[in-house]
Design a protein around this ligand. Structure first.
Ligand code: AMP
Length: 506
């Protein structure tokens, strides 16, 4: 008998196996926040939401869009809409009104849920029904049911979510992820990150970003308490890690950097850093250079795990864990951890002729919403998904060398911007760095460095170039360096290189 794999399986396990365990802790002080809920209580709220959607006449296959920073209501929406056959469209809460409206319209959402703080900015974003998450207008939607409600049977190949990608160069595209994709991803991620019943998870990673990489489902299955972190601020994250005995969190390299700075400040005054020897942080979604990993582990005393993936692949493809018991030096650990790592269960990898990373996994999207052509182009003729990233896959370990469109071709030689950035990150004065190709009369293009310096450091262009020359071949070295106060990044931590390149190519 073929029993479908669906997101409802994770909810079933949460409510049946550990209803009395702490399920979710909401951000305090937010109007309408839900406080501390056991998994039993959380699931009754999901039943309540399912019943409310029934009453509104929102049926299976209809889209429910939500724009919200991390919140327990976003978790409930993920469980209750997908688990009952509706499709959730989680939207990046940092988008402009125009961008959010494009997504809501493209998805054809019947219902739009908007965080109270975003209501004004997104006033022009509408749908047939629009509810503000302020504790008043959404009271009925998030009221708990009196008793558990039976959820309908679902098809594992039906869409569960549509996740719109950042759309750095074109209109955002809606990546359809099915129930089967969610299921396989959550199980594989749970293993890859070593998730276990005794963990306590902090939601620093935005849940809208590819559904929190599957952690909301994996945590529910194992009864792992989920603590909401609404804003990413280093000192506050450390306070939660302490107060809630957190053992696991995820984020991109900039999140790691803010935690590292806060931890270093504690060390500077001789105060203990919470979570030492206990907490793991998964860094992914954007490159994390070895120097950042080493500084992070040194300052926090936590273990870093590296992960790599794309929205289209559900998302996580690889995880890199180097057990502290292996006893490597901090620098050797960081060097190993800078690789994207080993394919998760159910993921096959290889590199194509041009060095592009190709992936085959049952959790890769079947298509883009309203855009079947884009999907066809994403696969090779023999069915491998093109990641658009350059890399190597040797001895079971994937290394990302660069996004294909960020590779710099100078005098016929390819320069990996990530490799040069990794060297600059090792320099004691450099806080952040981006390498871009700028036009050059003789070489076509040439590498240019844009750097953010640490507080108190003096800018010395020749010294930074000389430092690169010590560690890289001549053609790889930046021929010019500019100082910046910050580098533009997406909500998921990627440096927006097209913005940096644009003024030089105009
Ligand atoms: P998204 O679909 O928005 O999550 O973006 C996926 C892209 O992020 C990938 O194609 C990579 O270019 C980049 N990315 C994600 N994780 C990593 C990583 N660990 N190292 C380098 N690049 C990454």
């Amino acid at each position: 008998m073929h029993v479908p794999l669906t997101t409802a399986d994770f909810c079933y396990r949460a409510r049946t196996v550990h209803p009395a365990r702490l399920g979710a802790v909401d951000e305090p002080g937010v109007p309408g926040a839900l406080g501390r809920l056991t998994y039993g209580e959380l699931m009754l709220r999901c039943d309540g939401m399912a019943a409310a959607l029934d009453r509104m006449g929102i049926g299976a296959g209809e889209r429910v869009a939500i724009v919200s920073p991390n919140a327990v209501k976003l978790l409930i929406a993920l469980y209750a809409t997908t688990g009952t056959g509706r499709i959730l469209v989680p939207i990046n809460f940092r988008l402009t009104g125009e961008e959010a409206r494009y997504i809501v319209d493209d998805a054809g959402a019947s219902l739009l849920l908007v965080d109270a703080e975003l209501d004004e900015r997104l006033a022009a974003v509408t749908a047939p029904r629009r509810i503000v998450l302020d504790g008043e207008h959404d009271a009925e939607l998030f009221a708990p049911a009196d008793a558990p409600v039976e959820w309908p049977a679902l098809d594992e190949d039906a869409p569960a979510t549509i996740n719109y990608t950042s759309g750095t160069t074109a209109a955002p595209k809606g990546v359809i992820l099915t129930h089967r994709s969610h299921w396989l991803n959550a199980a594989a991620v749970g293993w890859g990150f070593g998730l276990a019943e005794a963990d306590r998870y902090l939601h620093t990673l935005p849940i809208f970003h590819v559904n929190g990489w599957g952690l909301p489902l994996a945590c529910a299955a194992l009864g792992v308490p989920q603590v909401i972190q609404r804003e990413v601020r280093g000192p506050e994250i450390l306070r939660r890690v302490d107060a809630e005995a957190i053992t696991l969190l995820c984020g991109a390299a900039p999140v790691a950097a803010t935690i590292e700075q806060a931890a270093q400040q504690l060390r500077d005054v001789g105060a203990p850093v919470p979570g030492q020897g206990r907490t793991r942080m998964v860094s992914g979604g954007a490159p994390t250079p070895a120097a950042v990993i080493e500084q992070f582990e040194r300052a926090t005393g936590w273990e870093m795990i590296h992960a790599y993936g794309l929205s289209e692949t559900g998302p996580v493809l690889t995880a890199n864990r180097v057990l502290p018991s292996e006893g490597l030096s901090p620098a050797d650990r960081a060097r190993r951890l800078a690789a994207a790592g080993a394919p998760l269960l159910g993921v096959r990898l290889h590199t194509g002729p041009a060095g592009e990373v190709l992936a085959r996994t049952a959790k890769t999207t079947d298509g883009d919403w309203n855009n079947p052509d884009a999907t066809a182009q994403a696969f090779t003729d023999d069915g491998w998904f093109r990641t658009g990233d350059g890399g190597t896959f040797d001895d079971g370990v994937l290394r990302i060398t660069d996004r294909k469109k960020d590779v710099i071709v100078t005098g016929g030689e390819n320069v990996s911007s990530l490799q040069v950035e990794a060297v600059l990150h090792q320099h004691p004065d450099v806080l952040d760095a981006a390498i871009i190709g700028v036009p050059h009369e003789r070489w076509g293009e040439t590498p240019k460095a844009l750097v953010v310096l640490k507080d108190g450091a003096a800018f010395d262009e020749p010294a930074l170039i000389a430092y690169c020359r010590e560690h890289l071949a001549g053609f790889q070295c930046p021929t010019s360096v500019e100082r910046r106060d910050t580098l533009p990044r997406t909500a998921t931590g990627k440096i927006q290189k097209y913005l940096l390149r644009e003024p030089y190519w105009r």
